[in-house]
Design a protein. Sequence first.
Length: 340
Amino acid sequence: MDNLSEKALSDGELRLSNVQVKVLKAVDEYEMLKYGDRVIVGLSGGADSVTLLHCLYSLKEKLGIELFACHINHNLRGVDSDGDQKFAEELCGRLNIPIRVFSVDVKGGQQKHQSIEEAARRLRYEKFAELAYELGAKTATAHNACDNSETVLLNLIRGTGLKGLCGIPPVRDCFIRPLIYCTREEVEEYVRENSLAYVTDKTNFSADYTRNKVRLQLMPLLLEMNPSFHRGVSRTVSALRRDSVFLEEEAAASLEKARLEEGVYSSEKLAELPDPVFARAVSLMLSEKQAEPSALRINGFMEIIRNGKGKINLEKNKFAVVKGGRAQVQITEQHYRSRG
């Protein structure tokens, strides 16, 4: 363990709860925090986020962090949504933790082909990121080991690659997941031991959502077959994540070697790469131009690179172009002449 953990444990490791020990392990292993960091807890009011807030609050002096909270009112459940907001505000008031509340119009912000659940998540993370930037902070979300297992299963059901099998990233940009090693049962034990109140979102028990079907119907069967299922998924994910990080680093280095000029790369050098590295290099090229690196776009771009020529419309005004040994994502304004 590094100095953070040594400092946090110096007052007596035996007095720490199972959740606190696992939070410290995750913080150390993934270098989530350093002394003096500001941390915003995404506080829905549910058991997971209340546990995360209380746990970090109990460790904040030892970790040397400054704690804030953020609650998003999605305005989807009427008085229940307002009740969750009031609960979050009162909890932070009792703990003397500054809280920022955002009210979002999920239905109004829903994009084409996007579910309500997806729209809520997008708007929620946008607000978290905005506040993190404003405060110069990191945002801690309360995803736990069970959430991670569910995400892996969902990605597998829908079809995914190595990145999807890596589940929820413990650290991504300004976001950290300190509860990533804690199971839902351990969270429930923590709230009982500390007599913590929390709110329950009734939609968590609705089978209308795919994730809930996995949680309520599939997961009990898997746990019956293997009570240590979540621990097994965590081990598998850790191993896959190491492989994924290695391939991502190889792709970035290979892309740099293939660079001819800013945003333009040698199609010949790219085509020589092993497919796992090639696909990730192409994904980076798309991301550089803010084009979503979907499997369809990556595979199409790889094909014209191998062919040595071609052009694909990625999205409005964005094209994957290969010509004269040069591969790039071009942004071109389209001008259409009206008829009649």
